[in-house]
Design a protein around this ligand. Structure first.
Ligand code: SF4
Ligand code: FE
Length: 498
């Protein structure tokens, strides 16, 4: 059974019975909690579309390990075409759900583990890669939903992991046994963490040799002893409990339902440990993961923006402004920004190249440029959506107003615009726009896959300014001999300093 159905996914979560807390209270079942339901519905769509013949090509792939048809969310990228299809899959899922479908973090973590275990083994004579491939085969056959856990709490930001007053501010090995390791610490902002089967733990930063206890990568079942999830709050999250149109994105929720995951002395058996003390490889692993994940945002946010642009365009019809040339120009600007980031993500993928293990890496300059643009364009697209939808977004009445006979007729009458549309429809659209341009959504676009400055560091490092100076000198002062100047080609990710 290499492709789960949506129902099997939900049932498997119910069977897991993890330790999870929402608004301070321990919950019985993540599969049955209204705060988590929209995020589960979104992941269920990833399972559903893999069974749809129309989308088989982008949603599934052939396993290079078993030859079986598997979900693309458990696949190792083996060509530029694989990378392009991933971006296409993300745009499709973004269009269908209008939000974050969460499985990409685990996918990129799988690929980063695949690559780094190969490189550690090559240099150190270890056997992590074989072990990881065995684990991966199991993941592919069970079509698991994996959370990728990278961001440590980090404590005092001016101090390295080994300098913290509290050594648990970065996940670390606290005990090494013959049969495995015991880890302690926490990982923050885990997209889909609370509704995943397993958590892939990775180092969150480059490490020095004396920080080898922090160099740990492993796979932890979500229901392992000592693992607990604390669900984050979002803008307007209590509305999920009310039902109706005020929820915003009633079926699929807002971003990824992020959670903190705590590892309170968790034993991880050897067969699930893929890095254990090899500190000098931590930076490369972070880099691989981040580079793949940054390109993603041109796909998923592209699909999300398609829905937002659609909602905004419909709102202009509800208002009767849709033929106004200024309105059309603003919609065009939204489209332009959206297609620019999508094109960069496709470009980063098309220029992909093979790592030593055979997995394909995206072009790091373009991948970082995608994410940098997302930190601006998502805000700018949201701004234009607010501009076109009007102040009503901030002041519209709640759904209950339509149910109270004393006020319903006033609410209907004085919010009526184009008579072809019901007022309730205007509110529903407005709520969608409100939620999908909320603080939670915007901040996710800003900091997900790394904060903007992280991309700028890579971009400047990749740009090779000296070569550009050489180009300028050649053009301005040189003769016509262009030999020795570089053609645009394959760029390698820069190292993260230990
Ligand atoms: Fe995937 Fe985008 Fe969500 Fe990241 S933000 S998990 S890339 S949908
Ligand atoms: Fe994200």
């Amino acid at each position: 059974m290499a492709l789960k159905t949506p129902a099997e996914y939900v049932d498997s979560l119910r069977d897991l019975s993890i330790r999870a807390y929402v608004n301070g209270e321990r919950i019985e079942s993540v599969a049955d909690h209204p705060s988590i339901a929209p995020h589960i519905n979104t992941v269920a769509k990833t399972y559903e579309l893999a069974h749809d013949p129309e989308h088989r090509d982008v949603m599934t792939a052939e396993s290079h390990l078993t030859g079986e048809r598997i979900h693309r969310y458990t696949h190792i990228f083996h060509s530029a075409d694989d990378l392009v299809k991933k971006i296409q899959m993300l745009r499709l899922l973004g269009q269908v759900t209008g939000t974050c479908f969460q499985r990409c973090v685990g996918l990129d973590a799988l690929n980063a583990l695949y690559a780094i275990t190969y490189e550690i083994d090559e240099k150190e004579g270890t056997t992590y890669h074989r072990r990881f491939c065995d684990y991966l085969t199991g993941v592919q056959r069970a079509d698991l939903m994996l959370a990728g856990a990278m961001t440590d709490p980090k404590g005092h930001r001016a101090k390295r992991p080994s300098q913290q007053d509290d050594p648990d501010q970065f996940v670390r090995v606290v005990e090494r046994r013959d049969d495995g390791v015991v880890i302690r610490g926490a990982k923050l902002h885990n997209t889909g963490g609370i509704n995943s089967h397993e958590v892939l733990v990775m180092p969150g930063t480059g490490l020095s040799d004396e920080e080898s206890d922090y160099a740990v990568a492993c796979a932890v079942p979500a229901n392992a002893d000592g693992v607990l999830f604390i669900f984050g709050r979002q803008s307007n999250d209590n509305r999920k409990l009310e039902g109706g149109c005020d929820i915003g994105n009633p079926r699929f929720g807002v971003v990824g339902g992020e959670a903190m995951v705590v590892f309170d002395d968790v034993f991880v058996p050897n067969e699930r440990v893929f890095m254990n003390g090899e500190a000098k490889y931590a930076g490369t692993m972070v880099n691989y993961f981040a580079t793949w994940h940054r390109a993603n945002y041109g796909g998923c946010k592209g699909g999300n923006a398609d829905v937002l642009i659609g909602a905004t365009a419909k709102m202009t019809k509800v208002l009767g402004t849709e033929r106004n040339s200024v309105v059309r120009d603003k919609l065009t600007e939204m489209i332009h920004m959206n297609e620019t980031t999508y094109a960069s993500a496709i470009g980063a993928s098309a220029m992909g190249y093979a790592l030593p293990c055979g997995a394909y890496m995206v072009d790091p300059m373009m991948a970082n440029t995608v994410k940098q643009n997302i930190t601006r364009n998502v805000y700018q697209i949201g701004r234009l959506s607010h501009d076109l939808a009007g102040g009503f977004l901030a002041t519209m009445p709640g759904e209950q107003s339509f149910d109270n006979p004393e006020i319903a007729r006033f609410v209907e009458k004085y919010h009526q615009a184009n008579p072809e549309y019901q007022t309730r429809e205007r509110v529903k659209l407005g709520r969608y726009i409100e939620n999908m341009t909320s603080v939670t959504t915007m901040v996710e676009a800003m900091h997900g896959a790394g904060s903007p400055q992280a991309q700028r560091i890579v971009m400047l490092g990749q740009a090779d300014i000296d070569k550009k100076i050489e180009m300028a000198e050649q053009v301005i002062d040189g003769d016509d001999d262009v030999n020795g100047l570089p053609l645009p080609g394959k760029r390698q990710p820069a190292e993260v300093e230990g």
